[in-house]
Structures are given as C-alpha cells and as structure tokens.
Ligand binder design. Sequence first.
Ligand code: TMP
Length: 214
Amino acid sequence: GPLQPLCRGAFILLEGCDRAGKSTQAAKLVRKLKARGFLVEHMRFPDRTTPIGNMIDAYLKSTKELDDHAVHLLFSANRWECMAKMKKLLSSGTSIVVERYAYSGVTFSAAKGLELAWCKSPDIGLLAPDVTLFLDLPICEAGKREGFGEERYENEDFQRNVRGLFLDMKHDMTVGDIQNYARKTIDEIHGELVASAIETIKKCATLPLKDLWK
Ligand code: TMP
C-alpha cells in the first residue's frame, strides 16, 4: 500500500532577554509535552559542553576576553556544530524545545555596535525554527531577578538595547511569537506556550524543514 508520510518533529524556539524566564518555561514545557505523549528534547544555546562552547563559557564568565566579531562567529559555529543532531532528531519525529538561537546571536552582537547584516550572515542557512516564542519581560523586572549581573551582558542598559533589537526583528519571527508576557503568571505563560507548541507540532508534522533567512 502507499507509504505513510513520516511525521517530523517541530523546532520550537524560546527567545528573550536575560532572566526573562526561558529556562523555567522550557523545562516546564518539555515536561508537559512528554506527559502528553510527545517525543521531545530540550536544548539550549550556547551549548557550553563542546570545545567551542567552553570558549564561549569562559568569555561569558569574563575569564577570557575575545574580539566582538570573533565571539559572534563562535556563537554561530556553536549552532552549526549542532545542526546534524537537530536535523536527525526532527526527521526521526522528535520535537526540540530550544532556548536561544540566532536571534540572540544577532541582537546581542548588534547591541555592541556590529552591523546587523554582518551579524546575520554566518547564521544564514541554519535550520529555521517552526515557531519563535519571545518571552518579553520589562528589563527593570529582569534586573530584580536572582542571579542578574553575574555574567557579561547582564546590565540594564545593555539589555534594554537588546530588547529593542528583538522587537525590531519581530516581523522576522513566526506568527504568534512576540506577545506581552509581562503581566502574566508563570502558569499562564506556560499554558500559552503549551498551546502554541502543540499547534506547531501538528501544523508542521508533514511540512519540509526550512532554512533560516534564505
Ligand atoms: P544563557 O544565559 O542563556 O546561557 O546565554 C548566555 C549569554 O550569551 C546571554 O547573555 C546571551 C548571550 N548570547 C549571545 O551573545 N549570542 C548568542 O548567539 C547566544 C546564543 C547567546
């Protein structure tokens, strides 16, 4: 008989400024999707476990200085080195919930003054997310959260620039992405993320994978 089309997994991206709640929400989302019977894995960028990720980690903890362009390319390389794994998971039917991606790459480097088009170019052709969910928290709130200020970039003026750049890119993100999460509880946000994730998983099950910014 005719072959059943193989359902692929969905690439669900969580983006946002530092301390916006991405890790908390990603963990809750993954747990819920698994409980509902979906195959799903949790990933985050930077992936600090690889040799490239080790260099990025040292830079973020300020034990190492690097040229802005050089570290930008390391962040991008850190995504490229994960492409084979991500494609394999998605094509075998496992969805991935990913914390941060090329949008963080572009906004953080552009906030340092690097040219936007230059910032985007090394990430052109990466796997494109199927949905990008932007957790938008006023920077003054993020600044009050535990741990803020421990790593490079965690100061309010810089984060305000980053947030502005994220908002400039919202046209570039998938439908439903940038919502105002500011005044909602963790559980309300969680409920919205679960709904978007499940809708996305169903919608792209038989669609081909896409390339970013192509
Ligand atoms: P994390 O706190 O989510 O691990 O991210 C570490 C920091 O690295 C965070 O301040 C955002 C920044 N970053 C970039 O500057 N470029 C990138 O490409 C990524 C993924 C993160």
